[in-house]
Structure formats: C-alpha cells, structure tokens
Design a protein around this ligand. Structure first.
Ligand code: PLP
Length: 437
C-alpha cells in the first residue's frame, strides 16, 4: 500500500524542529516508520490519508478535540456563516458574550469567563489570575497542564517532578532557574502529598491546580479535602477540565461530584476541533485579571466562539455525553471478550469516553506496536487510548472489535514464544520523552 505520509514525515523532521507542533501526534508515538502521519480528509470518524487510503479513527479523534466527529455539519455550518460574515473586525464578536453566559449557566458557581485558544495557554492565564488574586506565587499541581514555564519549571530541581505527572525525561531547558521551587507536584488521590506541600510551603501557596478526574475516580473524600485545604490556606483551587470537560457529562466533570473549584478551564472538546479555550471562575478571583495584563489579538477571533456555541448546542440536544460513554463501554466490553477468548492479559483504564488499553505481558510495548501495525493494515488508526466520538456507531465499533480478534490471538502466541521481533516491521513505539529529531 502506497503511503506518501511516511516520506513527508521524514522531510518534516528536517524542516520543523520536533516534526510538528504536538507531541501526541508524532508518528513515532503510534508506529515508527510506518504511520500515515498526514490526512487529506476527515469526516465523522473516518480519515483519508495522502494516498486516499481509508481508516476508521480509533486512535485519538484529533487528540480528544472532536467529540461530535470530524467536520461536523452543524458546527461547520455555523463556522462557515461566521467566516462569510467576517471572522475578524475591529469591533468584538458578540458571540463571546453569549459563550460566557452559556458556560456560566452550565456552571452556576462561576460568575465570569475569559477565553483563549489552546488548553495550555488557558492554564497559564488561569495561573496568572489565581496568583494575582491570592497574592501568593507558589503552586501545588497534579497532572498535566501544558508546556508553559510555570509548569515545566517543576523539573528544575531534580528533573523528576513531572515523571509521574506527565512523562519521564522532560528537560526544563530554556526555563529560567529563578522559577525553581515555585511549583510542587502531588499525586492524584494522595492527599498526604498535598498536606506535605502545605506544611513545607505554608503561607506562600497561592494556587492548587489539578484535573478533578483523569484516569481513576477520586477516592472518597479526596476532592472534598483538597477543597477544604485550598479554602483554609487562602489558595485558589483550579480544576483543569481541558480533557475531562464535556466528556462524561454536559459541563465540567466536577459537576458530577458536587465539588466546586474557584476557577475551571476548558479546551479540547469545547469547539469540536476549532480552537477555543475558556477560563471560568468566581467574580472576586476573575476580576484580578484587571490588575494584570492578559491580552491577545486572536483570542477575539470569531470562529472559536461560534464553534463552541454550536458544539454546546448539539451536545445538549443529542445527549452526546451518554453516547460517548456507551461507545467507550462497548469498546471495553469487546476488548475484554477477546482477551478472555484468547487468554490474554489486558488492562483497561480511564473513563469510558477516554479508554486506555495496555497489555499485561512480557513485552507490553511490542504487543501494542504489533496491535497498531496490524490494525493499520485493516484500515484502523489505533493507539493505546481511544477518545470516543458521537460519530461512532455500534456497527463501526463491532467491526473494530472483530478486526482485533485474530490479532489478539497472535499477540498471545508471540508473547508466549518471544516472537515479536520477527513480526514487527519497524521500531517499537516511543513511550517516554527523548530528543525528538
Ligand atoms: N490540561 C490538560 C488536562 C490536558 O489534557 C491538556 C492537553 O492534553 C492541556 C492542559 C494542554 O492543552 P493544549 O494541548 O490544548 O495546549
């Protein structure tokens, strides 16, 4: 099968440091040397590569940004109209105010909103506002929150603070040493980690930022205790809902747990693939933005607001989150059925709309690489995580599971007989972080 994307990716790595703009879309993270890498067309959950080869996307659906599906007709219609009427002007887009109202209506604890384009950028904005509001500079964090200096500075001391939060091996090169000691990691569901930070940093802790839920549900009382600690020391509690928002339920996942932060951040699914991110929060905190300087030309551009409004409308009308969960569960059930049939040890983790598979074998990374390699031949894009989409159907998922059947059998056999090396056509997938070109 011809695949021009493979050559183009090699060329890209000579022209673009790191090859592209997002680690999660690097070809080496899926299938080194064999991944189609580029697309010509994407519609629903289907993708066509540069040579018109057709795939179903069971990899990441635009890294979790396209919950409704690629090129969704309702969102596109609204966006095209906005483009025709001018997506930029000296005056502001009125849809910005509508989107603020809509997000605040969904999250009644919040009273004001700001907008930007990317998730990490929104996190940096939220951190700036929270520091300004609390008047204190130190941050306790759990999970991934983007590429900005405040976050990567966590690795300035021993270089390992991000190992358990993001990826092992991230170097903070280019981040000024003056930030050393300003950002402190705690592990999810380990309240003692946070208590230790509080006892060490004490009064200087101004911000606690975390994903309310990522892979595992919170232990009983965990979110409540975090909330209590933040309030008791006068720190701003930020829930980063860039990935968790609008996936399990209509709004931030914190709504399901009844714990309100002081600020929350949304991105990814909010605009169904069009760039838009949002920061919402309590009035007295958000107003601190007026005492700082947080401003950018393209945060005012119209398409993002319009796409978000159309996306939210469709999500509500079609109860999209219920479908995302039920499709995710169907994938999990299918994997579990095949694993039992072939006596294969697999581990499934994550929320159903963002499910993750790993192999409990002697060679788990080789097994994953082989699974992706063979599914690609059958017309499926696959990684270790599947972001569910409203564009799936039960038939499409059943087709995906059927296609996995004989491959699960082969994986079991190859692992037992140590025979992956002779069946892998390229290198194994990259997992941690190393030099990229
Ligand atoms: N915060 C969380 C929780 C995320 O999952 C991500 C991206 O995966 C980000 C922030 C960064 O968002 P972006 O890649 O849009 O900058």
């Amino acid at each position: 099968m011809r695949n021009s994307g493979i050559e183009l990716w090699k060329k890209a790595k000579k022209l673009i440091p790191t090859g592209n703009q997002l680690l999660s879309k690097r070809s080496e993270r899926f299938l080194p040397g064999l991944w189609p890498s580029y697309y010509k067309k994407a519609k629903g959950c289907e993708v066509w590569d540069l040579d018109d080869n057709h795939y179903y996307d069971f990899a990441q659906m635009g890294v979790g940004s396209c919950s409704l599906g690629y090129a969704d007709e309702d969102v596109n219609r609204a966006v095209l109209k906005a483009v025709e009427n001018g997506s930029m002007a000296t005056l502001n887009s009125y849809e910005e105010v509508e989107l603020a109202e809509k997000l605040l209506e969904i999250h009644p604890w919040a009273e004001m909103a700001r907008f930007s384009r990317a998730g990490g950028e929104a996190c940096a904005i939220a951190i700036r506002i929270a520091r300004a509001a609390s008047g204190k500079g130190k941050i306790a964090f759990c999970g991934y929150h983007g590429w900005h200096d405040w976050y990567i500075s966590a690795n300035l001391n021993e270089g390992k603070n991000l190992d358990e939060q993001l990826l092992p091996g991230l170097k903070p090169n280019g981040v000024i040493d003056a930030l050393n000691g300003s950002t402190h990691p705690f592990r999810y569901n380990e309240i003692d980690d946070l208590k230790k930070i509080v006892s060490e940093v004490g009064n200087e802790l101004g911000v606690i930022v975390m994903e309310p839920v990522r892979s595992n549900p919170p232990k009983d009382g965990f979110l409540e205790e975090v909330r209590e600690i933040a309030s008791s020391i006068g720190a701003v509690l930020i829930f980063d809902e860039v990935t968790s928002g609008f996936r399990m339920n209509y709004g931030g996942i914190h709504l399901k747990y009844g714990i309100n932060p002081d600020m929350a951040i949304f991105g990814k699914a909010l605009g169904n693939g069009f760039p838009i991110s949002a920061i919402i929060g309590k009035r007295e905190i958000m107003q601190a933005a007026e005492s700082s300087f947080i401003s950018s030309t393209f945060w005012t551009e119209r398409v993002g607001f319009v796409a978000a409004l159309a996306t939210l409308e469709k999500m509500k009308e079609k109860d999209v989150q219920a479908s995302l969960s039920s499709f995710g569960e169907r994938i999990n059930d299918g994997w579990n059925r095949l694993a039992a049939k072939h006596d294969l040890q697999i581990n499934i983790s994550g929320l159903p709309p963002l499910t993750h598979i790993s192999f409990g074998l002697k060679s788990p990374v080789k097994a994953q690489t082989y699974y992706t390699q063979e599914m690609l031949k059958k017309g499926y894009l696959l990684g270790a995580s599947v972001y569910s989409t409203f564009a799936y159907s039960n038939e499409i998922i059943d087709g995906f599971i059927d296609a996995s059947d004989d491959i699960f059998g082969l994986i079991k056999k190859m692992d037992d007989e140590d025979r992956f090396d002779e069946n892998l056509e390229g290198d194994v997938i990259e997992t941690g972080f190393k030099r990229m070109n």
